[in-house]
Structure formats: structure tokens, C-alpha cells
Design a protein around this ligand. Structure first.
Ligand code: HEC
Ligand code: HEC
Length: 401
């Protein structure tokens, strides 16, 4: 900022000197030209006899040479100085651009596209009223459908995947297609601005840890303590596949909490919202909904038969990439998020912000979810005292507003 201001002052001074000098020259020139008729023979500079060689090659020549050398030295000094200031000027320009983009994104988020009505201020999560129709378009019910928090979005989806969701929306849910490619109203530039804005509201890893920890602590304080103890032994361990784990009983319980919790950040950390029909609007596993509506992600019961534990962990840790193989013979769908590793790390060369390798959940938490999922069809192990699971199909969804 200081650099820019002093540069600007400098520029104004030079401009003033040039303008004033120019005016003075014009004035002098006009006066000199105003001689009597015929006087140009005497006055015209090229008709006058010029200095003698002696005179020319003495002081005058030295003066001309010295001033030329002086000017050269000035150029030699000023150009590197300008050069030194240039990166700062460029950075400043980029910053101004980024701020402008974030502001435009915020404007779209709050007014232009009104994402805020469903996803809450600052992307904190919210709820959307939605009309469910049956296959024939007949009204069934009006429901409150949770709209996940977006302030942790960039920790589960890559920027490309987010762009895809914004362009095409989520068919069969209140989330409409917003981008031109999906038939929505926003331009590519506007979608980019919204993404810039979303980047600016992302939580940090410690903030996400705290959100999840609070929920576990509230539901089961003793389990929370054991979870933290295991996580401490894993800290700094770059190999989540071989991380230390909770006991099997604790994993089932913790996995159940994490898989189903729709109240935390409007379900954005949970799995049920995509994998359990009806979970989005507070009617998880209700038989009627089960028949009428499919969930967005597949039924996971029996998953232990199509993947090894490690393949299973790897999928939840990293998410899916479009078209890329997962398990032994399945093709990836980019809408399945990654919950362990940050999908946006290591791409700063493409201009994607890099916030380090960690993601939304810890290795102990993802292992717990794996164990819980591998027992979904085993009713004797999955007893469900936690709201929103098979044995207690209703749980509170915040009222619309
Ligand atoms: C009418 C309410 C509504 C509006 C307006 C809306 N959304 Fe959504 N959005 C939802 C709901 C509900 C979901 C969850 C859909 C589901 O259950 O899969 C969602 C899902 C998403 C997702 C996927 C997140 C995830 O983890 O699954 C993103 C990203 C998103 N919305 C961004 C936006 C942005 C950006 C805007 C504004 C341009 C916007 N939404 C406007 C209701 C809305
Ligand atoms: C935003 C929606 C969404 C959320 C949230 C989500 N998933 Fe998925 N999941 C999907 C989609 C979509 C697929 C892939 C469907 C396909 O094969 O095309 C999928 C696939 C899977 C599969 C592979 C299933 C198979 O048989 O191929 C597993 C396992 C899985 N998800 C686990 C999880 C877990 C665990 C969580 C929570 C930590 C979770 N999912 C959260 C959407 C979601």
C-alpha cells in the first residue's frame, strides 16, 4: 500500500513537471515567434551564424556530455527501482481482483441467487421447504429438507466437483441447477465468483474437529474421551490405513453417531442424508418413503460383501473421482464426498487454495464409520439408541425459516 501511494505521488509530481514545462515552452515559443515582418531573416535560428569550433568543443560539449551521462544514470537507477516495485504492484492487483470476486460471490450468495435462504448465512447450513410428489406427480407431503452447511464444503469436494454440483444441482432435491450447462440462470463467471466466496468462508481443521467433538461429547462423554485418546496416538501419523483404532464396540457406537447425525451443520458431516431414504427430511427408514423415493446414494447394507475393509476405508477417506475405479470393479461417481483427505491439496499450480492434507474427519472416526457400515444388515450388532437410525426413525429437523 505504502509502495503504491509513494509511486502514485511520484507519478503526479512528474506529470505536474511535464505539464508545467510544456505550458512554459508553448508560451516562450509563441513570444519568440512574434517578430516584425521580414525579421525572420535575422531571427530564424538556422540563419544565424553558429558558434566557432573552439567555443563548441569546449564547455558546451562537456556540458552536453555530462548531462547526457546524468540522464543515462537516472534511467539506469529508475528502471531497476520500477522493476523492484513491480511484483508488489502485481500482487496488489491480484488481491484487489480476489476481493472483488469474493464480494461479487457474496452478493450472489445473499441476493442474486439467494443460496442464503436454504444454506444459511456464511454457509452455516439450513433447511428448505420442499414438496414431495409421487411418480405420477401427485402431491404427497410438504417437508423440511436439510440444506447442508457449505462452510466445510471444500474439505469434502474438489473445486471441480463443486462446480459440477453448482452447474447441475441435485435432481429430486430442493437443490436446483444453477449454472448454464445445467440449464440454470448463472454464468460461468458467476459460478466462479460463488466458489471464490465459498472459499472465503471455509472453517479451519481445528474448527471442524471441535464441531464433531462437541456432538460426540454431548451424546456419550466417555466414548468421547476414548476417541480423543486414540486420536492423540495417531497425531502426525501420515498412514491412516494403519492408524490406531477404537475397540469394536466403540467403533460401532461412534460410527452410528457420525453416520446418522443430521443435526450437526445440517447433516454436512453425515452419510445418512445421501444413503438413507427420507433422512434428509426427518423420516429415515420410514417404509412408505422407502418405496416411493430412492435416496441419492446407494443402499449400503451388505457393503462388506463387495469391498475389503481397506478398500472401504480408502473410499470414505478419499471419496470418488469421476470414472475412476473403486473397490475391485466399480466406476467412481464424483458426488460421493471424501471425508478424510483434503481433496483440494497439492493443486496450487492450478490456483486452488492449499490448506494442507487433513480433511473433515480423523482416521479413528472414519474407521468407526467403516465398522458401522459393515454391520448395517446385522441387527444384533446395530442397536440404535441414537436418533435417526433404524430403531428410532424420527429425529428433529430444524423448522424452516
Ligand atoms: C431452495 C433451497 C436451496 C437453494 C436456493 C440453494 N440450495 Fe444448495 N442445496 C439445497 C439442498 C436441500 C441441498 C441438499 C441436497 C441433497 O439432499 O442432496 C443442497 C446441496 C448443495 C450442495 C452440495 C453440498 C453437499 O455436501 O452435498 C452445494 C455445493 C450447494 N447446495 C450450493 C448451493 C449454492 C452455491 C447455492 C446458490 C447458488 C444454492 N446451493 C442454492 C438447497 C438449496
Ligand atoms: C452427497 C451425497 C453423499 C454423501 C454425503 C455420502 N455419500 Fe456415499 N455415495 C454417494 C454416491 C452418489 C455414491 C455412488 C453411487 C454410484 O455408485 O454411482 C456413493 C457411494 C458410496 C459407497 C460405495 C457403495 C457401493 O456399493 O458402491 C460407500 C461405501 C459410501 N458411499 C459410503 C459413504 C459414507 C461412509 C458416507 C459418510 C461418511 C457417505 N458415503 C456420504 C453419495 C454420498
Amino acid at each position: 500500500m505504502i509502495l503504491a501511494t509513494s509511486q502514485r505521488t511520484f507519478g503526479f509530481v512528474i506529470l505536474a513537471v511535464v505539464v508545467l514545462g510544456g505550458i512554459a515552452w508553448l508560451f516562450a515559443n509563441a513570444r519568440a515567434g512574434r517578430g516584425e515582418a521580414g525579421s525572420e531573416i535575422e531571427l530564424a535560428a538556422n540563419r544565424k551564424e553558429y558558434f566557432s569550433d573552439d567555443e563548441l568543443e569546449g564547455k558546451k560539449l562537456n556540458w552536453a556530455l555530462f548531462s547526457a551521462a546524468g540522464l543515462l544514470a537516472l534511467c539506469a537507477l529508475v528502471i531497476p527501482l520500477y522493476w523492484l516495485g513491480e511484483p508488489g504492484r502485481q500482487e496488489g492487483a491480484v488481491e484487489v481482483f480476489e476481493e472483488t470476486f469474493v464480494e461479487r460471490g457474496l452478493e450472489l450468495y445473499e441476493n442474486g441467487a439467494q443460496c442464503v435462504n436454504c444454506h444459511g448465512g456464511g454457509g452455516g447450513g439450513g433447511v428448505a421447504t420442499y414438496i414431495l410428489n409421487d411418480q405420477n406427480g401427485q402431491y404427497v407431503a410438504q417437508v423440511n429438507w436439510i440444506a447442508p452447511a457449505l462452510n466445510n464444503l471444500m474439505w469434502r469436494y474438489s473445486e471441480e466437483e463443486v462446480r459440477y454440483i453448482l452447474n447441475y444441482g441435485r435432481p429430486g432435491s430442493p437443490m436446483a441447477a444453477w449454472g448454464g450447462p445445467g440449464g440454470g440462470p448463472l454464468t460461468t463467471q458467476q459460478i466462479d465468483n460463488i466458489i471464490d466466496y465459498l472459499w472465503s468462508v471455509q472453517l479451519t481443521v481445528p474448527q471442524m474437529r471441535a464441531e464433531v467433538n462437541d456432538v460426540v461429547k454431548q451424546i456419550d462423554p466417555a466414548l468421547y474421551k476414548r476417541m480423543i485418546a486414540v486420536e492423540k496416538t495417531n497425531r502426525g501419523d501420515g498412514e491412516p490405513l494403519n492408524a490406531n483404532r477404537l475397540s469394536r464396540g466403540d467403533e460401532l457406537r461412534l460410527g452410528e453417531i457420525l453416520f446418522n447425525n443430521q443435526e450437526l451443520a445440517a447433516g454436512s458431516y453425515s452419510c445418512a442424508r445421501c444413503h438413507v431414504p427420507g433422512a434428509n427430511y426427518g423420516k429415515a427408514y420410514a417404509p412408505f418413503e422407502r418405496i416411493q423415493y430412492t435416496s441419492f446414494g446407494p443402499n449400503l447394507e451388505g457393503i462388506q460383501n463387495s469391498a475389503t475393509e481397506k478398500q472401504h476405508f480408502d473410499l470414505i477417506w478419499n471419496g470418488m473421482e469421476s470414472g475412476k475405479l473403486y473397490f475391485s470393479r466399480k466406476q467412481g461417481n464424483p458426488q460421493m464426498p471424501g471425508f478424510g483427505a483434503n481433496p483440494n491439496t497439492g493443486q496450487s499450480d492450478k490456483g486452488v487454495p492449499d490448506k494442507g492434507p487433513e480433511g473433515m474427519l480423523t482416521s479413528a472416526q472414519v474407521w468407526a464409520i467403516v465398522t458401522y457400515e459393515r454391520n448395517l444388515d446385522n441387527d444384533s450388532t446395530v442397536k440404535s439408541p441414537v436418533a435417526g437410525t433404524k430403531n428410532s426413525p424420527t429425529f428433529a429437523v430444524p423448522a424452516a425459516g
